[in-house]
Ligand binder design. Sequence first.
Ligand code: ATP
Ligand code: MG
Length: 139
Amino acid sequence: MKVERTLSIIKPNAVAKNVIGEIFNKFEVSGFKIIGIKMMRLNKKQTENFYHQHQDKFFFIDLILFMISGPIVVSVLERKNAVRYYRELMGATDPKKAIKGTLRAEYGDDYTANALHGSDSIKSAIFEIDYFFRSDELS
Ligand code: ATP
Ligand code: MG
């Protein structure tokens, strides 16, 4: 197994619930090392660029409006097989289908407001980490 990095976003609905600390604790007890953190509010252009692969999907506009609706917390997580393990920790995209104990089951409200984002491959993780962090901002 290889040590990898993945990008996490705590989305606006989860930030609004005051559970940033709880979620970071879950990352840490699940074996992830948090090597970069930023809290920010994205604008429309930044969000559209970040989610460019979904631009033709029916949910794109709702996704963009949701992601700019409030502050988010972006972090870089490191561990062996980080991409796969982090997606397991998040659970299914639709919180209603996410297994009990996963983060989306616990903090997600609906398909769009599903509390967390995670990179879906090593290639996307590289693009996404670079989108938010300079290399000297990661420990
Ligand atoms: P993420 O990329 O946020 O980690 P994911 O990889 O599980 O989630 P994607 O298919 O990449 O899912 O979709 C990106 C985001 O778009 C989802 O997290 C969700 O917020 C929203 N989304 C995806 N599918 C739907 C849908 N059918 N209806 C509404 N929103 C959706
Ligand atoms: Mg995705």
